[in-house]
Write a protein that binds this ligand. Structure first.
Ligand code: FAD
Length: 540
Protein backbone atom coordinates (compact mmCIF):
# COMPACT_ATOMS: atom_id res chain seq x y z
CA UNK A 1 0.00 0.00 0.00
CA UNK A 2 1.28 3.46 -0.92
CA UNK A 3 2.17 5.74 1.95
CA UNK A 4 0.16 8.95 2.36
CA UNK A 5 1.96 12.25 2.69
CA UNK A 6 1.45 12.20 6.44
CA UNK A 7 2.60 8.64 6.94
CA UNK A 8 5.69 9.49 4.91
CA UNK A 9 6.34 12.51 7.07
CA UNK A 10 5.74 10.50 10.25
CA UNK A 11 8.17 7.81 9.16
CA UNK A 12 10.71 10.42 8.29
CA UNK A 13 10.41 12.23 11.59
CA UNK A 14 12.46 9.81 13.58
CA UNK A 15 13.90 12.67 15.56
CA UNK A 16 10.45 14.05 16.55
CA UNK A 17 8.54 11.94 19.06
CA UNK A 18 5.14 12.57 17.65
CA UNK A 19 3.61 14.43 14.80
CA UNK A 20 2.19 16.73 17.51
CA UNK A 21 5.77 17.74 18.33
CA UNK A 22 6.36 18.42 14.68
CA UNK A 23 3.15 20.47 14.46
CA UNK A 24 4.39 22.47 17.43
CA UNK A 25 7.62 23.00 15.57
CA UNK A 26 5.71 24.02 12.46
CA UNK A 27 3.08 26.25 13.98
CA UNK A 28 4.63 27.16 17.31
CA UNK A 29 2.28 28.77 19.80
CA UNK A 30 -0.52 28.62 17.26
CA UNK A 31 -0.75 24.91 17.87
CA UNK A 32 -1.65 25.54 21.54
CA UNK A 33 -5.15 26.44 22.64
CA UNK A 34 -5.75 29.36 24.96
CA UNK A 35 -5.30 27.17 28.00
CA UNK A 36 -1.87 26.18 26.83
CA UNK A 37 -2.99 22.72 25.76
CA UNK A 38 -2.03 21.30 22.43
CA UNK A 39 -4.87 21.58 19.90
CA UNK A 40 -5.64 18.27 18.32
CA UNK A 41 -3.03 17.34 15.79
CA UNK A 42 -5.70 16.38 13.29
CA UNK A 43 -7.08 19.96 13.22
CA UNK A 44 -3.73 21.35 12.13
CA UNK A 45 -3.18 18.60 9.65
CA UNK A 46 -6.64 19.17 8.16
CA UNK A 47 -6.01 22.91 7.98
CA UNK A 48 -2.70 22.43 6.20
CA UNK A 49 -4.19 19.77 3.95
CA UNK A 50 -7.06 22.00 2.86
CA UNK A 51 -5.45 25.41 2.77
CA UNK A 52 -5.67 26.76 -0.84
CA UNK A 53 -1.93 27.21 -1.23
CA UNK A 54 0.54 24.56 -2.39
CA UNK A 55 2.53 23.51 0.67
CA UNK A 56 5.52 21.21 0.75
CA UNK A 57 7.82 20.30 3.62
CA UNK A 58 11.34 19.16 2.80
CA UNK A 59 14.48 18.07 4.56
CA UNK A 60 17.61 20.22 4.47
CA UNK A 61 18.43 19.05 0.92
CA UNK A 62 14.97 19.88 -0.44
CA UNK A 63 13.84 16.27 -0.53
CA UNK A 64 10.07 16.33 -0.26
CA UNK A 65 8.55 14.88 2.94
CA UNK A 66 5.04 16.25 2.75
CA UNK A 67 2.77 17.88 0.19
CA UNK A 68 -0.82 19.06 0.65
CA UNK A 69 -3.81 18.71 -1.69
CA UNK A 70 -3.32 22.10 -3.27
CA UNK A 71 0.29 21.14 -4.12
CA UNK A 72 -1.07 18.18 -6.09
CA UNK A 73 -3.64 20.42 -7.79
CA UNK A 74 -1.08 23.06 -8.75
CA UNK A 75 1.82 20.77 -9.79
CA UNK A 76 -0.19 17.77 -11.06
CA UNK A 77 1.95 15.47 -8.87
CA UNK A 78 0.22 13.17 -6.37
CA UNK A 79 2.07 12.61 -3.07
CA UNK A 80 3.25 9.16 -4.17
CA UNK A 81 4.89 10.78 -7.25
CA UNK A 82 7.02 13.24 -5.30
CA UNK A 83 7.60 12.02 -1.76
CA UNK A 84 11.31 11.45 -1.38
CA UNK A 85 12.02 13.34 -4.61
CA UNK A 86 13.88 16.65 -4.70
CA UNK A 87 11.99 19.89 -5.23
CA UNK A 88 14.19 20.36 -8.31
CA UNK A 89 11.68 17.96 -9.90
CA UNK A 90 9.52 21.02 -10.34
CA UNK A 91 12.27 23.09 -11.95
CA UNK A 92 11.84 23.90 -15.61
CA UNK A 93 15.56 24.70 -15.82
CA UNK A 94 14.71 28.11 -17.24
CA UNK A 95 15.07 29.85 -13.95
CA UNK A 96 18.54 31.44 -13.92
CA UNK A 97 21.13 29.79 -11.61
CA UNK A 98 21.56 33.10 -9.76
CA UNK A 99 17.97 32.84 -8.52
CA UNK A 100 18.60 29.42 -7.00
CA UNK A 101 21.85 30.62 -5.57
CA UNK A 102 20.05 33.51 -3.90
CA UNK A 103 17.25 31.14 -2.75
CA UNK A 104 19.64 28.73 -1.07
CA UNK A 105 21.88 31.44 0.30
CA UNK A 106 18.84 33.05 1.95
CA UNK A 107 17.22 29.96 3.42
CA UNK A 108 20.51 28.51 4.62
CA UNK A 109 21.07 31.81 6.43
CA UNK A 110 17.80 30.99 8.27
CA UNK A 111 15.88 33.69 6.48
CA UNK A 112 12.67 33.53 4.51
CA UNK A 113 13.05 33.62 0.71
CA UNK A 114 10.34 35.02 -1.55
CA UNK A 115 10.44 35.00 -5.32
CA UNK A 116 9.09 33.70 -8.59
CA UNK A 117 10.32 30.51 -10.29
CA UNK A 118 9.43 28.94 -13.56
CA UNK A 119 8.07 25.44 -12.76
CA UNK A 120 7.09 22.58 -14.97
CA UNK A 121 3.73 20.88 -14.37
CA UNK A 122 3.57 17.09 -14.36
CA UNK A 123 1.87 17.28 -17.77
CA UNK A 124 4.75 19.27 -19.20
CA UNK A 125 3.44 22.82 -19.38
CA UNK A 126 5.21 25.62 -17.57
CA UNK A 127 3.72 27.78 -14.88
CA UNK A 128 4.99 30.60 -12.74
CA UNK A 129 5.29 29.83 -9.05
CA UNK A 130 5.11 32.62 -6.54
CA UNK A 131 7.14 30.84 -3.87
CA UNK A 132 7.94 31.49 -0.22
CA UNK A 133 10.40 29.18 1.53
CA UNK A 134 10.77 29.35 5.29
CA UNK A 135 13.43 27.43 7.23
CA UNK A 136 12.32 25.45 10.29
CA UNK A 137 14.73 25.47 13.20
CA UNK A 138 15.26 23.07 16.12
CA UNK A 139 15.80 24.11 19.73
CA UNK A 140 19.49 24.74 19.03
CA UNK A 141 18.52 27.06 16.20
CA UNK A 142 19.71 24.68 13.50
CA UNK A 143 17.79 24.27 10.25
CA UNK A 144 15.98 20.96 10.25
CA UNK A 145 13.43 21.39 7.48
CA UNK A 146 12.10 23.82 4.94
CA UNK A 147 8.51 24.65 4.26
CA UNK A 148 7.63 25.85 0.80
CA UNK A 149 4.38 27.61 -0.09
CA UNK A 150 3.56 28.51 -3.63
CA UNK A 151 0.78 29.72 -5.89
CA UNK A 152 0.38 29.47 -9.64
CA UNK A 153 0.45 33.12 -10.73
CA UNK A 154 0.69 32.47 -14.48
CA UNK A 155 -2.75 33.97 -15.21
CA UNK A 156 -2.33 37.09 -13.10
CA UNK A 157 1.20 37.54 -14.47
CA UNK A 158 -0.16 37.27 -18.01
CA UNK A 159 -2.88 39.84 -17.30
CA UNK A 160 -0.36 42.11 -15.60
CA UNK A 161 2.02 41.74 -18.56
CA UNK A 162 -0.79 42.38 -21.02
CA UNK A 163 -1.70 45.57 -19.18
CA UNK A 164 1.97 46.62 -19.14
CA UNK A 165 2.27 45.78 -22.86
CA UNK A 166 -0.89 47.73 -23.65
CA UNK A 167 0.38 50.63 -21.58
CA UNK A 168 3.73 50.50 -23.42
CA UNK A 169 1.94 50.32 -26.76
CA UNK A 170 -0.30 53.28 -25.88
CA UNK A 171 2.71 55.18 -24.56
CA UNK A 172 4.71 54.55 -27.72
CA UNK A 173 1.76 55.60 -29.90
CA UNK A 174 1.26 58.72 -27.77
CA UNK A 175 4.99 59.40 -27.75
CA UNK A 176 5.30 59.17 -31.51
CA UNK A 177 2.45 61.67 -31.91
CA UNK A 178 3.51 65.07 -33.26
CA UNK A 179 0.96 66.61 -30.90
CA UNK A 180 1.77 67.36 -27.27
CA UNK A 181 -0.50 65.39 -24.95
CA UNK A 182 -0.86 65.57 -21.21
CA UNK A 183 -3.20 64.05 -18.65
CA UNK A 184 -4.04 66.35 -15.73
CA UNK A 185 -5.87 65.32 -12.56
CA UNK A 186 -8.52 67.36 -10.75
CA UNK A 187 -5.82 69.17 -8.78
CA UNK A 188 -4.05 70.35 -11.93
CA UNK A 189 -1.26 67.83 -11.49
CA UNK A 190 0.39 66.32 -14.56
CA UNK A 191 -0.16 62.55 -14.38
CA UNK A 192 1.06 61.49 -17.81
CA UNK A 193 2.68 63.26 -20.73
CA UNK A 194 4.27 62.42 -24.04
CA UNK A 195 7.54 63.25 -25.78
CA UNK A 196 6.18 66.33 -27.58
CA UNK A 197 4.86 67.72 -24.31
CA UNK A 198 8.34 67.34 -22.78
CA UNK A 199 9.73 69.28 -25.76
CA UNK A 200 7.27 72.09 -24.96
CA UNK A 201 8.50 72.20 -21.36
CA UNK A 202 11.97 73.20 -22.55
CA UNK A 203 10.85 75.20 -25.61
CA UNK A 204 8.23 77.49 -24.14
CA UNK A 205 9.91 78.75 -20.99
CA UNK A 206 6.50 79.06 -19.29
CA UNK A 207 7.02 76.64 -16.39
CA UNK A 208 4.63 73.72 -16.63
CA UNK A 209 3.01 74.22 -20.08
CA UNK A 210 -0.18 72.39 -18.98
CA UNK A 211 -0.76 74.93 -16.21
CA UNK A 212 0.00 77.84 -18.56
CA UNK A 213 -2.53 76.62 -21.15
CA UNK A 214 -5.11 75.72 -18.48
CA UNK A 215 -4.93 79.31 -17.26
CA UNK A 216 -5.40 80.66 -20.79
CA UNK A 217 -8.30 78.29 -21.43
CA UNK A 218 -10.04 79.14 -18.15
CA UNK A 219 -9.61 82.87 -18.77
CA UNK A 220 -10.92 82.59 -22.29
CA UNK A 221 -13.87 80.31 -21.55
CA UNK A 222 -14.97 81.80 -18.22
CA UNK A 223 -18.10 80.01 -16.91
CA UNK A 224 -18.17 77.74 -19.94
CA UNK A 225 -15.10 75.91 -18.58
CA UNK A 226 -16.87 74.61 -15.47
CA UNK A 227 -20.02 73.83 -17.47
CA UNK A 228 -18.05 71.68 -19.90
CA UNK A 229 -16.13 70.08 -17.04
CA UNK A 230 -19.23 69.10 -15.08
CA UNK A 231 -20.93 67.72 -18.21
CA UNK A 232 -17.69 66.03 -19.31
CA UNK A 233 -18.00 67.78 -22.65
CA UNK A 234 -14.83 68.25 -24.62
CA UNK A 235 -13.60 71.34 -26.41
CA UNK A 236 -11.31 71.93 -29.37
CA UNK A 237 -9.69 74.51 -31.63
CA UNK A 238 -8.96 76.98 -28.84
CA UNK A 239 -6.08 78.95 -30.32
CA UNK A 240 -3.52 80.93 -28.38
CA UNK A 241 -0.59 83.08 -29.35
CA UNK A 242 2.47 82.57 -27.15
CA UNK A 243 5.17 85.22 -27.20
CA UNK A 244 8.57 83.66 -27.94
CA UNK A 245 11.59 83.58 -25.67
CA UNK A 246 13.80 86.66 -26.10
CA UNK A 247 13.78 87.70 -29.76
CA UNK A 248 12.05 84.54 -30.97
CA UNK A 249 8.91 85.05 -33.02
CA UNK A 250 5.56 84.32 -31.38
CA UNK A 251 4.13 80.82 -31.73
CA UNK A 252 0.56 79.65 -32.07
CA UNK A 253 -1.02 76.68 -30.36
CA UNK A 254 -4.40 75.04 -30.71
CA UNK A 255 -5.78 73.27 -27.62
CA UNK A 256 -8.36 70.52 -27.37
CA UNK A 257 -9.48 68.71 -24.25
CA UNK A 258 -11.57 65.77 -23.10
CA UNK A 259 -12.54 64.86 -19.58
CA UNK A 260 -12.77 61.27 -18.41
CA UNK A 261 -13.52 59.53 -15.13
CA UNK A 262 -11.34 56.82 -13.64
CA UNK A 263 -12.41 54.49 -10.83
CA UNK A 264 -10.27 54.84 -7.74
CA UNK A 265 -8.19 51.75 -6.96
CA UNK A 266 -7.17 52.32 -3.36
CA UNK A 267 -8.60 50.44 -0.35
CA UNK A 268 -10.97 53.30 0.54
CA UNK A 269 -12.81 52.80 -2.73
CA UNK A 270 -13.10 48.99 -2.41
CA UNK A 271 -16.63 48.93 -1.04
CA UNK A 272 -17.72 52.40 -2.01
CA UNK A 273 -17.27 53.23 -5.67
CA UNK A 274 -15.26 56.40 -6.03
CA UNK A 275 -13.92 57.98 -9.17
CA UNK A 276 -11.64 60.81 -10.13
CA UNK A 277 -11.87 63.18 -13.08
CA UNK A 278 -8.98 63.70 -15.46
CA UNK A 279 -8.48 65.96 -18.43
CA UNK A 280 -6.60 64.88 -21.55
CA UNK A 281 -5.23 68.07 -23.01
CA UNK A 282 -3.74 68.10 -26.50
CA UNK A 283 -1.64 71.05 -27.58
CA UNK A 284 -0.91 71.38 -31.30
CA UNK A 285 1.70 73.77 -32.59
CA UNK A 286 -0.06 75.57 -35.47
CA UNK A 287 2.59 78.25 -35.90
CA UNK A 288 3.47 77.12 -39.43
CA UNK A 289 -0.14 77.14 -40.60
CA UNK A 290 -0.69 80.50 -38.91
CA UNK A 291 2.39 82.00 -40.56
CA UNK A 292 1.30 80.66 -43.93
CA UNK A 293 -2.14 82.18 -43.40
CA UNK A 294 -0.55 85.43 -42.30
CA UNK A 295 1.72 85.50 -45.35
CA UNK A 296 -1.28 84.88 -47.59
CA UNK A 297 -3.18 87.60 -45.80
CA UNK A 298 -0.26 90.00 -46.17
CA UNK A 299 0.00 89.17 -49.88
CA UNK A 300 -3.69 89.92 -50.30
CA UNK A 301 -3.28 93.11 -48.32
CA UNK A 302 -0.32 94.12 -50.46
CA UNK A 303 -2.46 93.74 -53.58
CA UNK A 304 -5.37 95.65 -52.05
CA UNK A 305 -3.04 98.34 -50.72
CA UNK A 306 -1.19 98.78 -54.00
CA UNK A 307 -4.53 99.09 -55.84
CA UNK A 308 -5.62 101.56 -53.22
CA UNK A 309 -2.33 103.43 -53.47
CA UNK A 310 -2.78 103.63 -57.24
CA UNK A 311 -6.24 105.12 -56.77
CA UNK A 312 -4.95 107.55 -54.18
CA UNK A 313 -2.06 108.48 -56.47
CA UNK A 314 -4.46 109.32 -59.29
CA UNK A 315 -6.68 111.27 -56.87
CA UNK A 316 -3.75 113.21 -55.48
CA UNK A 317 -2.28 113.90 -58.93
CA UNK A 318 -5.60 115.12 -60.28
CA UNK A 319 -6.34 117.18 -57.17
CA UNK A 320 -2.80 118.59 -57.37
CA UNK A 321 -3.23 119.42 -61.05
CA UNK A 322 -6.63 121.08 -60.40
CA UNK A 323 -5.04 122.99 -57.54
CA UNK A 324 -2.21 124.11 -59.85
CA UNK A 325 -4.57 125.11 -62.67
CA UNK A 326 -6.84 127.02 -60.29
CA UNK A 327 -4.23 129.77 -59.75
CA UNK A 328 -3.71 130.84 -63.41
CA UNK A 329 -7.45 130.34 -63.94
CA UNK A 330 -8.16 132.77 -61.10
CA UNK A 331 -5.76 135.27 -62.70
CA UNK A 332 -7.44 134.88 -66.10
CA UNK A 333 -10.85 135.30 -64.43
CA UNK A 334 -9.65 138.51 -62.75
CA UNK A 335 -8.19 139.87 -66.05
CA UNK A 336 -11.42 139.04 -67.86
CA UNK A 337 -13.50 140.88 -65.21
CA UNK A 338 -11.23 143.95 -65.41
CA UNK A 339 -11.50 144.02 -69.22
CA UNK A 340 -15.27 143.55 -69.04
CA UNK A 341 -15.64 146.44 -66.60
CA UNK A 342 -13.50 148.76 -68.79
CA UNK A 343 -15.94 148.21 -71.73
CA UNK A 344 -13.06 149.07 -74.11
CA UNK A 345 -14.06 148.11 -77.68
CA UNK A 346 -10.40 147.84 -78.66
CA UNK A 347 -9.93 145.01 -76.13
CA UNK A 348 -13.05 143.13 -77.28
CA UNK A 349 -11.11 140.45 -79.13
CA UNK A 350 -8.73 140.00 -76.14
CA UNK A 351 -11.77 139.72 -73.85
CA UNK A 352 -13.23 137.07 -76.10
CA UNK A 353 -9.97 135.11 -76.08
CA UNK A 354 -9.81 135.34 -72.29
CA UNK A 355 -13.43 134.14 -72.00
CA UNK A 356 -12.68 131.23 -74.32
CA UNK A 357 -9.57 130.33 -72.27
CA UNK A 358 -11.61 130.57 -69.11
CA UNK A 359 -14.34 128.38 -70.48
CA UNK A 360 -11.98 125.70 -71.79
CA UNK A 361 -10.04 125.89 -68.50
CA UNK A 362 -13.23 125.31 -66.51
CA UNK A 363 -14.16 122.47 -68.83
CA UNK A 364 -10.72 120.95 -68.29
CA UNK A 365 -11.12 121.26 -64.49
CA UNK A 366 -14.60 119.73 -64.69
CA UNK A 367 -13.22 116.84 -66.78
CA UNK A 368 -10.45 116.29 -64.28
CA UNK A 369 -12.91 116.43 -61.39
CA UNK A 370 -15.05 113.83 -63.09
CA UNK A 371 -11.99 111.63 -63.47
CA UNK A 372 -11.17 111.66 -59.75
CA UNK A 373 -11.73 108.05 -58.70
CA UNK A 374 -14.13 107.43 -55.83
CA UNK A 375 -12.85 105.84 -52.64
CA UNK A 376 -15.30 103.12 -51.74
CA UNK A 377 -17.04 103.16 -48.38
CA UNK A 378 -15.63 100.45 -46.14
CA UNK A 379 -17.49 98.32 -43.57
CA UNK A 380 -17.27 99.53 -39.98
CA UNK A 381 -16.29 96.75 -37.60
CA UNK A 382 -14.45 96.37 -34.27
CA UNK A 383 -10.77 96.66 -35.15
CA UNK A 384 -7.73 95.63 -33.14
CA UNK A 385 -5.09 98.28 -33.81
CA UNK A 386 -2.28 95.96 -32.72
CA UNK A 387 -3.24 93.61 -35.51
CA UNK A 388 -3.42 96.45 -38.05
CA UNK A 389 -0.04 97.87 -37.01
CA UNK A 390 1.50 94.39 -37.04
CA UNK A 391 0.23 93.87 -40.60
CA UNK A 392 1.48 97.26 -41.74
CA UNK A 393 4.91 96.50 -40.29
CA UNK A 394 4.90 93.22 -42.22
CA UNK A 395 3.84 95.11 -45.36
CA UNK A 396 6.84 97.38 -44.94
CA UNK A 397 9.30 94.72 -43.75
CA UNK A 398 11.31 94.71 -46.99
CA UNK A 399 12.07 98.43 -46.70
CA UNK A 400 12.71 98.10 -42.97
CA UNK A 401 15.14 95.22 -43.52
CA UNK A 402 16.92 96.88 -46.47
CA UNK A 403 17.48 100.05 -44.48
CA UNK A 404 18.51 98.14 -41.35
CA UNK A 405 15.92 99.98 -39.27
CA UNK A 406 15.73 98.96 -35.65
CA UNK A 407 12.03 98.44 -34.95
CA UNK A 408 10.81 98.78 -31.36
CA UNK A 409 7.29 97.35 -31.32
CA UNK A 410 5.55 97.74 -27.95
CA UNK A 411 1.89 96.75 -28.27
CA UNK A 412 -0.23 96.63 -25.16
CA UNK A 413 -1.38 93.06 -24.82
CA UNK A 414 -5.19 92.74 -24.55
CA UNK A 415 -5.64 96.12 -26.27
CA UNK A 416 -9.37 96.89 -26.60
CA UNK A 417 -10.73 97.41 -30.10
CA UNK A 418 -12.00 100.53 -31.82
CA UNK A 419 -14.90 100.77 -34.21
CA UNK A 420 -13.73 101.55 -37.71
CA UNK A 421 -12.76 100.53 -41.19
CA UNK A 422 -9.89 98.06 -41.22
CA UNK A 423 -8.70 99.11 -44.63
CA UNK A 424 -8.84 102.85 -43.99
CA UNK A 425 -6.92 102.38 -40.74
CA UNK A 426 -4.37 100.24 -42.56
CA UNK A 427 -3.96 103.05 -45.13
CA UNK A 428 -3.57 105.55 -42.28
CA UNK A 429 -0.82 103.64 -40.51
CA UNK A 430 0.87 102.62 -43.76
CA UNK A 431 1.09 106.32 -44.61
CA UNK A 432 2.48 107.25 -41.19
CA UNK A 433 4.96 104.36 -41.10
CA UNK A 434 6.05 105.04 -44.70
CA UNK A 435 6.61 108.69 -43.71
CA UNK A 436 8.64 107.58 -40.70
CA UNK A 437 10.75 105.17 -42.80
CA UNK A 438 11.30 107.93 -45.37
CA UNK A 439 12.39 110.34 -42.63
CA UNK A 440 14.77 107.75 -41.11
CA UNK A 441 16.26 107.33 -44.60
CA UNK A 442 17.31 110.98 -44.75
CA UNK A 443 18.42 111.19 -41.14
CA UNK A 444 21.95 112.44 -40.63
CA UNK A 445 22.30 111.11 -37.08
CA UNK A 446 23.04 107.56 -38.24
CA UNK A 447 20.45 106.19 -35.84
CA UNK A 448 17.82 104.10 -37.60
CA UNK A 449 15.00 103.70 -35.11
CA UNK A 450 11.28 103.26 -35.50
CA UNK A 451 9.28 102.87 -32.32
CA UNK A 452 5.60 102.03 -32.25
CA UNK A 453 3.60 101.72 -29.06
CA UNK A 454 -0.06 101.17 -28.27
CA UNK A 455 -1.86 101.55 -24.99
CA UNK A 456 -5.31 102.28 -23.67
CA UNK A 457 -6.93 104.01 -20.74
CA UNK A 458 -10.57 104.01 -19.71
CA UNK A 459 -11.72 106.09 -22.72
CA UNK A 460 -9.10 106.14 -25.44
CA UNK A 461 -6.62 104.02 -27.32
CA UNK A 462 -3.29 105.68 -28.04
CA UNK A 463 -0.85 104.91 -30.80
CA UNK A 464 2.56 106.52 -30.91
CA UNK A 465 4.80 106.35 -33.99
CA UNK A 466 8.27 107.67 -33.35
CA UNK A 467 11.17 107.91 -35.80
CA UNK A 468 14.79 108.98 -35.55
CA UNK A 469 14.54 111.16 -38.68
CA UNK A 470 15.23 114.89 -38.87
CA UNK A 471 11.81 115.77 -37.39
CA UNK A 472 9.43 118.52 -38.51
CA UNK A 473 10.43 122.09 -37.61
CA UNK A 474 7.99 123.82 -35.22
CA UNK A 475 6.89 126.41 -37.81
CA UNK A 476 5.93 123.68 -40.30
CA UNK A 477 4.07 121.41 -37.87
CA UNK A 478 0.65 122.96 -38.44
CA UNK A 479 1.16 123.19 -42.23
CA UNK A 480 1.95 119.50 -42.82
CA UNK A 481 -1.73 118.69 -42.31
CA UNK A 482 -2.73 121.19 -45.03
CA UNK A 483 -3.40 120.01 -48.59
CA UNK A 484 -0.50 120.01 -51.08
CA UNK A 485 2.04 120.93 -48.47
CA UNK A 486 5.14 118.79 -48.48
CA UNK A 487 8.57 119.14 -46.97
CA UNK A 488 9.84 117.13 -49.95
CA UNK A 489 9.93 118.03 -53.65
CA UNK A 490 6.52 117.51 -55.33
CA UNK A 491 6.12 114.83 -57.96
CA UNK A 492 4.66 111.43 -58.73
CA UNK A 493 1.94 110.64 -56.29
CA UNK A 494 3.75 112.53 -53.53
CA UNK A 495 1.50 115.51 -53.81
CA UNK A 496 1.61 116.46 -50.14
CA UNK A 497 -1.73 114.82 -49.45
CA UNK A 498 -0.48 111.96 -47.21
CA UNK A 499 -0.97 113.61 -43.84
CA UNK A 500 -4.16 115.32 -45.06
CA UNK A 501 -5.56 111.94 -45.87
CA UNK A 502 -4.20 110.55 -42.56
CA UNK A 503 -5.94 113.33 -40.65
CA UNK A 504 -9.13 112.73 -42.60
CA UNK A 505 -9.10 109.02 -41.68
CA UNK A 506 -8.38 109.83 -38.03
CA UNK A 507 -11.27 112.36 -38.05
CA UNK A 508 -13.59 109.79 -39.61
CA UNK A 509 -12.82 107.58 -36.61
CA UNK A 510 -13.50 110.46 -34.13
CA UNK A 511 -9.83 110.47 -33.26
CA UNK A 512 -7.00 112.99 -32.94
CA UNK A 513 -3.59 113.17 -34.55
CA UNK A 514 -0.82 115.47 -33.34
CA UNK A 515 2.91 115.90 -33.56
CA UNK A 516 4.34 115.59 -30.07
CA UNK A 517 5.86 119.03 -29.36
CA UNK A 518 7.96 117.65 -26.51
CA UNK A 519 9.87 115.18 -28.68
CA UNK A 520 13.08 116.48 -30.25
CA UNK A 521 14.99 113.36 -31.41
CA UNK A 522 13.02 112.96 -34.63
CA UNK A 523 9.28 112.99 -35.08
CA UNK A 524 6.66 111.45 -32.83
CA UNK A 525 3.07 111.30 -34.00
CA UNK A 526 0.46 110.73 -31.35
CA UNK A 527 -2.87 109.33 -32.49
CA UNK A 528 -5.82 108.58 -30.24
CA UNK A 529 -9.18 106.94 -30.87
CA UNK A 530 -12.24 106.43 -28.71
CA UNK A 531 -12.74 102.87 -27.47
CA UNK A 532 -15.37 100.74 -29.12
CA UNK A 533 -18.50 101.25 -26.96
CA UNK A 534 -18.81 97.54 -26.14
CA UNK A 535 -15.22 97.57 -24.95
CA UNK A 536 -16.08 100.62 -22.86
CA UNK A 537 -18.95 98.70 -21.28
CA UNK A 538 -16.59 95.82 -20.63
CA UNK A 539 -14.02 98.09 -19.00
CA UNK A 540 -16.49 99.90 -16.72
P1 FAD B 1 20.43 22.10 -8.48
O1 FAD B 1 21.64 21.37 -8.93
O2 FAD B 1 19.48 21.39 -7.63
O3 FAD B 1 20.83 23.46 -7.75
C1 FAD B 1 21.20 24.67 -8.43
C2 FAD B 1 21.87 25.54 -7.46
O4 FAD B 1 21.07 25.69 -6.28
C3 FAD B 1 23.20 25.05 -6.95
O5 FAD B 1 24.26 25.46 -7.78
C4 FAD B 1 23.26 25.62 -5.58
O6 FAD B 1 23.71 26.97 -5.65
C5 FAD B 1 21.88 25.67 -5.11
N1 FAD B 1 21.55 24.50 -4.26
C6 FAD B 1 20.82 23.46 -4.62
N2 FAD B 1 20.65 22.64 -3.57
C7 FAD B 1 21.32 23.19 -2.53
C8 FAD B 1 21.51 22.84 -1.20
N3 FAD B 1 20.98 21.73 -0.68
N4 FAD B 1 22.23 23.64 -0.44
C9 FAD B 1 22.75 24.77 -0.93
N5 FAD B 1 22.60 25.21 -2.20
C10 FAD B 1 21.89 24.39 -2.97
N6 FAD B 1 12.91 24.80 -7.21
C11 FAD B 1 12.09 24.96 -8.26
O7 FAD B 1 12.55 25.04 -9.39
N7 FAD B 1 10.73 25.02 -8.05
C12 FAD B 1 10.14 24.91 -6.82
O8 FAD B 1 8.94 24.98 -6.70
C13 FAD B 1 10.99 24.75 -5.71
N8 FAD B 1 10.50 24.64 -4.48
C14 FAD B 1 11.34 24.43 -3.40
C15 FAD B 1 10.81 24.27 -2.13
C16 FAD B 1 11.64 24.12 -1.02
C17 FAD B 1 11.05 23.96 0.34
C18 FAD B 1 13.04 24.08 -1.23
C19 FAD B 1 13.93 23.92 -0.05
C20 FAD B 1 13.59 24.20 -2.49
C21 FAD B 1 12.76 24.39 -3.59
N9 FAD B 1 13.27 24.53 -4.89
C22 FAD B 1 12.41 24.69 -5.95
C23 FAD B 1 14.71 24.55 -5.17
C24 FAD B 1 15.16 23.19 -5.66
O9 FAD B 1 15.47 22.41 -4.57
C25 FAD B 1 16.37 23.29 -6.56
O10 FAD B 1 17.45 23.89 -5.90
C26 FAD B 1 16.11 24.05 -7.84
O11 FAD B 1 14.98 23.52 -8.43
C27 FAD B 1 17.28 23.94 -8.81
O12 FAD B 1 17.39 22.66 -9.21
P2 FAD B 1 18.43 22.20 -10.31
O13 FAD B 1 18.31 20.76 -10.49
O14 FAD B 1 18.25 23.06 -11.54
O15 FAD B 1 19.80 22.60 -9.74
Amino acid sequence: MKKTSLQFLQTHLNMANTVDDFALGLFGEASMDNKGDRTPYSLFIEAVEQVPIAISITDKKANILYVNQEFSRVTGYQPEDVLGENESLLSDKRTPKDVYYDLWHTIRSKKVWRGTLCNRHKFGHRYLADLTIAPMLDEQGKVTHYIGMHKDITRSYESEKKIINQKLLIESVINSSPIAMVVIDNQDRVILDNHMYKVLVTDLDKGEPALYFLQLLRNEMGDLWSQLQSNEQGFNNREFKVEGKGHQRPRWFSCAGNWFMENEVDADAFFENASKQYLILTITDITRQRRQMEELHIQTLKTIMSEDEGVRGIRETLLGAIHQIQMPMNQIRAAEQILRLKRDERQASLLQILQQIQQSGEEAIATMQNCIPEILQAAVVPVNLNQILHEVLLLSDQRILCMGIDVHWHPQSDLPSILGSENRLRILFKQLIDNAIGAIGISSTGEQRLKITTHADADLIYVSIEDSGPGIPIEKRAKVFEPFYTTRPMGGNQAGMGLVMAKEIVNQHQGFIDIDPGYDQGCRLKISFPLHRQELRRLT
